[in-house]
Design a protein around this ligand. Sequence first.
Ligand code: PGA
Length: 248
Amino acid sequence: MYPRAGNFSSIIKEHPYLNMKIVVANWKMNPPTLKRAKRLLSHLENVCGRIKNLKIVICPPFVYLPIFSQSNLILGAQNVFWEMKGAFTGEISPPMLKSLKCKYVILGHSERRRLGEDYSMIRKKIISSVRAGLRPIVCIGEEKEGENVIKIIKKELLSLLNGIPPKFLLAYEPVWAIGSKRPCPPQRAKRALFFLKKYYPKTRILYGGSVSSSNASEYIKVGFDGLLIGSASLNIKEFTKILLALTA
Ligand code: PGA
């Protein structure tokens, strides 16, 4: 039976996962060996198995996905190609990721844009991923501190997502805050969050950029639905602290 319209708070109470925060670990080009990836995997299985009420998505490099797909972890990829099949040396297709139990894929990350990915390439990747049943985590954000954030993310939304059904998550990642140990203050990040929520009220909006155990819960307090975490997600102690801070 369907719940009556207008009764959303009771729906959320009955189905707490609807309101569940999400933590996405972006491992980038780490760890350097399969042996270390296996070690991280066994630590993570331990930690994630004990954490309730938090969706934890691990995005290791492609080459480690087959091993990770044998675990119970929720998986994402860090990139994907836009074609479903064909002669494209070195590329990975959306169906390949699906077959390795990936549910999510990070797209539009500034580190890939720096290598030459433009709006039209990212857009094609988003469309193909959605078509294949993957959930893209689309990264947007200004390059430099002090730029007109709203103007920039408005342009990004138009260029990347116009006309695409909102079957994606958004990650507000000010580029200057990524890997810099200079996180965007939560009160400032909140402005981008509110703007994004106006256009995408039902979409999960994450914050990313120098998240650590000392600031993670602050972003949730100002209203973000989750976090995209780079370097801190490779340090199991620190990552566990973050997860515990979010479930406290
Ligand atoms: P960081 O990376 O947490 O190391 O700043 C975030 C990201 O690249 O998504």
